[in-house]
Design a protein. Structure first.
Length: 104
């Protein structure tokens, strides 16, 4: 039986074993995505849903693009700002129409 004794050689941490730490960083940040492009028909449909939810005061699930991620929020719309194309949500968050990807 062979015995391979490392003696007093110090063990290396995991990141130094891999020559490129960038590979690990890219795997950890896999949630970064490119903003989807919507057709005009989809934009029109979403604006109808926004107006309907605003006037009925119903809560809706909004999927929107922010900081290279798609986020979901279940809220109601408290105000619509047509001059700046933005919405104010129930939690005082303001998002742009251009950020909205889907509404359920």
């Amino acid at each position: 039986m062979l015995n391979f004794d490392r003696g007093f050689i110090k063990w290396q941490p995991f990141n130094s074993v891999i020559s490129s730490k960038d590979i690990l960083d890219n795997l950890n940040s896999k949630e970064n995505i490119i903003k989807p492009t919507l057709f005009q028909e989809k934009k029109d449909y979403l604006s109808e849903l926004i107006l309907e939810a605003y006037y009925s005061k119903n809560k809706i699930n909004i999927s929107f693009y922010e900081q290279n991620k798609i986020k979901n929020i279940y809220t109601s719309i408290t105000k619509i700002y047509p001059n700046t194309n933005t919405l104010e949500l129930n939690n005082h968050k303001i998002i742009s129409f251009n950020q909205i990807i889907n509404i359920n």
